[in-house]
Design a protein around this ligand. Structure first.
Ligand code: PLP
Length: 227
């Protein structure tokens, strides 16, 4: 954890950015609730999980301690799970289709909530990846904005899985470009401010390219939480 934080701070310094501009989401899909509990003492405030049932189970084990964190849902989501995810998460990173947007909107209205969401974009255009096609992001954003149960606050992407972080740079750059394009074309309010990009192997590059949220798992847990 200390090593990752140090590298994040280095990347921020190199990019001339302030630490308050970045949220570290610790991805806990590899570990159980007892390890998540230890993260409180390490000052972790944001948890990311990609499987709903697992996450809900961990939250149940944590009990009231779960409220010490903001919960980020980062995985692909079935429409019939919208109610559960709307109830248990603070930010959904993986909004990738209109049917899901509508289901989340309905669930959110029933809970009297307005859930912040990120639109997942398939920038790398890999067939195996989820996400809205880059050319369709503007139209998708417009449709989501009409749903009163949802508050679109930015974009998310997953870069191709490679060893070389430089491979991710053009992907991150394009996501930022799409983000700016929406800002220019649709004039969202100040809530339009999040770029969720960068994982263990490429978060330095993501920070240089303007990430406001990085999602890091294995770099923290393979070294141990003390690391
Ligand atoms: C697992 C996962 C991460 C974290 O990946 P690491 O390489 O372990 O840091 C980030 N984002 C999503 C969507 C994930 O599923």
């Amino acid at each position: 954890m200390a090593a990752v934080r140090a590298r994040i701070n280095d990347a921020l310094t190199v990019a001339g950015r302030h630490p308050e501009e970045l949220t570290l989401v610790v991805v806990t899909k590899y570990v159980d609730a007892l390890i998540i509990k230890e993260l409180i003492g390490l000052g972790v405030e944001h948890i990311g999980e990609n499987r709903l049932q697992e996450a809900v189970r961990k939250q149940a084990v944590l009990g009231d301690l779960k409220n010490r964190f903001k919960w980020h849902f980062i995985g692909s989501l079935q429409t019939n799970k919208a109610r559960q995810v709307a109830a248990g998460f603070d930010l959904i990173h993986s909004l990738d289709r209109l049917s899901l947007a509508e289901a989340l909107h309905q669930a959110s209205r029933k809970l009297n909530k307005e859930i912040p969401v990120l639109i997942q974009v398939n920038v790398s255009r890999e067939q195996t990846k989820h996400g809205v096609a880059p050319a369709e992001v503007g139209a998708f954003y417009t449709a989501v904005r009409k749903l009163s149960g949802l508050r679109p606050v930015g974009l998310m992407t997953m870069a191709p899985d490679t060893e070389d972080p430089e491979t991710s740079r053009p992907v991150f750059r394009e996501l930022r470009h799409l983000f700016e394009q929406i800002k220019r074309d649709y004039h969202p309010g100040p809530e339009w401010r999040e770029l969720s990009m960068g994982m263990s192997n490429d978060y330095g590059v993501a920070i240089e390219e303007g990430a406001t949220i990085v999602r890091i798992g294995s770099a923290i847990f393979s070294a141990g939480t003390e690391g």
